[in-house]
Ligand binder design. Structure first.
Ligand code: ADP
Length: 613
């Protein structure tokens, strides 16, 4: 929200305040003026209408007095005022035409002002015998003029308008005829909601109005002269005159306004007036300004409301814009934050990457070092193996050599002593020792195998048959046989014939060694096809392989047999041969006792034949 109070918002608020003041001050005045104008034009119409009605009423009765004055009966009476018959005649005539013309009263006065005939001669209030010489209408008429006068009847105490005319007989004024016209009916038609019609005399005294309070009240200050003038004509008989309680009279942009105290508090009126010179009156219309002011107030309120609505709309618009700005700002910030985070993360990743690279290079170096160490170790192992081999070889060869030397020396001596038979025995011993050394050499040759030899599809049964022939004498010595089980179907394996024979010879020889000394000696050779592979298992019922040496029995030169009995190369060479065939050689101890060596080889495709070994 703080953003809302920005510079434009402050300007807008100032503008709004100015507009509010302008509407209240100028708009209020303008609206008041406009509605007063409207009221005034309505008032003017009312005023014109009122004046027209009054004029019409007056013109209606204006010429009647002269007409009556010219009547024979009237003239006759005035010529002989005391004649009772003539009076009666005149009375009935006046009554008749009064009824006909709907006037209030008609009466005839003789010079001096005494009334001698009247339309109301037989009514409760009769003018007959009354003297009205103080009335201006009498004075005008007796002087030969037509008279007009408004007054409150001194006898009837009824307001009326008086028309008078002289009665002229043979050029002389012999009397006066007066028409009194009732004004109550005119006044009764003036009732309006928001206006008052009043008629005031030249002294400013209101004598016609439907506001009972205002009757005989003066619009002008009641000065002594005015009071005196009114007193002379006894215009208002004994009615009490007073000033109209005007508390304030002002003029506002061409409108005459007056505030009059009423029982319900002061009320303001717009005053319009039109003089009626022919009657000496002023007709006024007083319009209550309350409706016009209320309308003006309503207009101002509506304008303020509109302004308020516009301000509200503006505020909403500004707020929405501010919100939008805020949202955009937030989005920008979020974007910046995101970018910053991405940058941070990128930097982190770069760092991690760098670390990884360092680690990788370190790992590589370590690996390199490891390889180096490994190759060093291998080298060392090789050297150790070579040393071992050399020791074993020298041990294996020195023994027969020493023996050969001893036997040769002995044979020499025996020959010198001519003990030929014994000498021959020695020589034959030399020969058998040479055989043993040749065997050692053969083993070593086999150890230096040729890995480039091609492998072929070999019939397992043939190989087993050849093998058994080779080991026959060894088995015979050991006093045992091999139980062969090659399964129901002929098996072919991918191998080299001679080398596979060599492996089988090794395993069977080891088994024969193992069962040596057992009461019942058993060696088994079983082969089966299993999931595209052929397994050849060679088992015996010897002591088995102690767990402690299990991991080492495939190592070169590892042997548990005594010097001169085993070289410790058999299993090592066999293992390598089987690996060369792409197969596997493993060993387990059987539960019932004895070792079980298992060769796993690929089955050969029938068309392929092994090339020469
Ligand atoms: P050598 O037979 O010359 O000792 P080998 O590599 O063939 O060398 O055998 C290594 C060792 O494995 C043997 O010394 C022997 O301890 C053990 N061995 C091999 N075959 C068997 C077997 N069938 N039963 C018990 N031990 C065996």
């Amino acid at each position: 929200m703080t953003r809302f109070f920005t510079r434009p918002a402050v300007w807008a608020a100032a503008l709004l305040a100015l507009a509010t003041i302008a509407i209240i001050v100028y708009g209020g005045a303008f609206a008041t003026r406009t509605y007063l104008d409207q009221a005034e034009s309505r008032g003017q119409t009312t005023l014109r209408l009122a004046v027209a009605v009054l004029r019409g009423q007056m013109s209606r009765y204006q010429s009647l007095p002269a007409l009556v004055a010219d009547h024979y009966d009237i003239k006759a009476l005035l010529a002989d005022p005391d004649n009772r018959d003539l009076r009666r005649k005149a009375d009935s005539y006046l009554k008749e035409i009064n009824a006909l013309l709907a006037s209030s009263d008609i009466y005839v006065m003789k010079p001096g002002g005494d009334t001698i005939a009247a339309s109301n001669h037989d009514g409760p209030i009769s003018f007959v015998g009354e003297n009205f010489s103080y009335r201006p209408y009498y004075q005008d008429a007796i002087q030969g003029r037509e008279g007009r006068f408004f007054a409150l009847g001194t006898t009837s105490l009824k307001r009326g308008y008086y028309f008078s005319a002289p009665v002229i007989i043979t050029g002389q004024i012999k009397g006066v005829v007066v028409f009194k016209v009732d004004i109550d009916t005119i006044e009764a038609s003036w009732t309006g909601d928001d206006y008052e019609i009043l008629v005031s005399d030249p002294e400013g005294i209101i004598f016609m109005t439907d506001q009972a309070d205002w009757l005989y009240a003066s619009l002008l200050p009641l000065t002594v002269e005015r009071l005196a003038r009114t007193e002379v004509s006894r215009r208002y008989a004994n009615a009490k005159l007073r000033e109209l309680p005007v508390t304030q009279a002002s003029s506002d942009s061409g409108h005459q306004l007056m505030r009059i105290a009423t029982d319900n508090g002061p009320r303001e009126y717009l005053a319009l007036a039109e003089p009626m010179p022919e009657a000496g009156w002023t007709v006024s219309v007083l319009l209550d300004t309350a409706p016009a002011r209320a309308q003006a107030l309503t207009s101002v309120a509506a304008a303020l409301l509109l302004l308020g609505l516009a301000a509200l709309a503006g505020t909403i618009l500004l707020e929405r814009r501010a919100r939008l700005r805020e949202r955009l700002e937030m989005q920008r910030n979020a974007q910046a934050e995101l970018e910053r985070r991405v940058e941070e993360r990128t930097a982190d990743l770069a760092l991690v990457n760098q670390q990884l690279e360092t680690e990788v290079s370190e790992r590589r170096a370590t690996e390199q070092q490891l390889r180096q160490t490994q190759s060093d170790l291998i080298q060392a192992g090789k050297l150790a193996a070579l040393g071992q081999m050399s020791a074993a070889l020298s041990h294996e060869l020195n023994q027969p050599l020493t023996a050969v030397k001893t036997y040769a020396e002995n044979a020499e001596i025996l020959i010198e002593r001519n003990r030929i038979a014994e000498a021959r025995d020695n020589v034959s011993r030399i020969s058998s020792l040479a055989d043993r050394m040749a065997a050692i050499s053969r083993h070593l040759r086999n150890f230096a195998r040729k890995p480039n030899e091609q492998l072929g599809s070999m019939t397992l049964a043939d190989i087993v048959k050849d093998t058994l022939e080779i080991v026959a004498s060894r088995l015979k010595t050991a006093g045992t046989e091999v139980a062969v089980d090659l399964g129901p179907e002929p098996l072919t394996v991918k191998a080299g014939q001679i080398r596979l024979q060599q492996v089988l010879v090794n395993l069977i020889s080891n088994a024969a060694d193992a069962v040596d000394g057992q009461a019942e000696r058993r060696i088994e050779l079983a082969a089966r096809r299993k999931r595209g592979k052929v397994t050849i298992a060679v088992g015996d019922n010897g002591p088995g392989i102690p767990e402690a040496i299990m991991p080492r029995i495939f190592d070169p030169f590892f042997t548990t047999k005594g010097v001169g009995k085993g070289l410790g190369l058999g299993l090592s060479i066999s293992y390598n041969i089987i690996k060369d065939f792409g197969g596997d050689l493993a060993v387990v101890n059987k539960l019932e006792g004895g070792a079980l060596f298992t060769i796993t080889l690929d089955t050969a495709s029938s068309e392929r034949r092994e090339a020469a070994e």
